[in-house]
Design a protein around this ligand. Structure first.
Ligand code: FES
Ligand SMILES: [Fe+2]
Length: 334
């Protein structure tokens, strides 16, 4: 007899949070190219104008509904064409700018009145390009940005001191809050990730849209135990900056973007100080990155299957979950 075993994860009744979210790395959006995307439960298209500015608009053309992210003919296999500051719909050639205005219709004499008046006819997203990432602002009620992302000197393109981004991504079947909560969950480092001790949570600050924390860790090395620190900072629910020190200074941009309320993509970008002017490869730095990626694989086994408890049964050794959820709650508009 065959017994079907399926994992039925209970639904999570939380909306997608508002904030700034990474869609792409800057290097994934070349000048004059467009890329179809699916985030926030909808279809989007990002494009980079010929003057080099990243833009993001809704995917469906207001004319007859073609997807603006899929080109044909010489664009086949790529996104739609970009001409000047506009993306060109593959169906009938209408052109739209990054503000969602239709700037050109290549036939006919009388454009639709809204086009003639220069009105916005296509959804357009607020975009910021910082830290070699293309970010958009998402708010379920369309409210304009309430805070700004932070730019890091270490993550500036062509900076002399820090090496190139080493990028990894994971799709995770859970609400983003569950992943963010990991940062205040000291105990799981021992049980899930096998650290010798439960790390010391030294500091945890919740301030408006910002959250920061400091963990002290003991790292066994061939030369004995080395004390290290993990400084983590969140800028809203989507952007986090984590600095590891002790063994090899490592900066991690740990960004999370909702695909739907119950699925998200983690985009991790590691940077380490250059050695002799080059991005370090392997060695202790490589081991740190491999260890964090391994931790993601371990956490994912839990996250993909766990039930969300709105009121977990906590004890005094647990981290500051109530404070964390209270802070996170500001981004959840029910
Ligand atoms: S559907 Fe886009 S131009 Fe017609
Ligand atoms: Fe973890």
């Amino acid at each position: 007899m065959i017994i079907a075993r399926t994992s039925t994860k209970p639904p999570i009744d939380l909306p997608m949070p508002y904030g700034w979210f990474q869609l792409l790395y800057s290097s994934e959006l070349a000048v004059g190219e467009s890329v179809p995307l699916n985030y926030f439960g909808q279809e989007l298209v990002a494009f980079r104008t010929e003057s080099g500015v990243a833009k993001v608009v809704d995917a469906y053309c207001p004319h007859m509904g073609a997807h603006l992210g899929y080109g044909i003919h010489e664009q086949a296999g790529k996104g739609s064409a970009v001409v000047g500051e506009n993306i060109v719909c593959p169906f009938h050639g209408w052109q739209f700018n990054g503000e969602g205005q239709c700037k050109h219709i290549p036939y006919g004499i009388n454009p639709p009145p809204r086009v003639a008046r220069g009105e916005q006819v296509l959804g357009a997203w607020a975009v910021r390009e910082v830290n070699q990432c293309v970010l958009v602002w998402y708010h379920p009620e369309g409210i304009e940005p309430l805070f700004e992302p932070e730019s890091l000197s270490e993550a500036a393109a062509n900076n002399d001191e820090w090496g190139e981004i080493q990028a990894f991504s994971w799709d995770i079947h859970t609400h983003m809050q569950e992943i963010g909560e990991n940062a205040v969950d000291a105990v799981h480092f021992k049980t899930v990730h096998g650290t010798k001790e439960i790390p010391d949570v030294m500091d945890s600050v919740f301030d408006g849209h910002l959250r920061s924390g400091l963990l002290k860790t003991l790292n066994p090395t061939p030369k004995g135990v080395v004390e290290g620190t993990i400084e983590n900072k969140s800028i809203g629910p989507g952007l986090a900056i984590i600095r590891f020190s002790g063994l090899c200074d490592t900066l991690l941009m740990a960004n999370l973007t909702p695909i739907t309320p119950e699925h998200c993509r983690a985009m991790y970008a590691f940077m380490q100080k250059k050695v002799d002017g080059k991005t370090p490869v392997g060695g202790i730095g490589g081991a740190i990155i491999a260890n964090i990626c391994q931790q993601m694989e371990e956490d994912r086994i839990i996250w993909n299957r766990k039930k969300f408890h709105a009121k977990p049964m906590l004890c005094d050794g647990d981290g500051p979950f109530a404070k964390f959820r209270n802070w996170y709650g500001q981004f959840l508009v029910q």
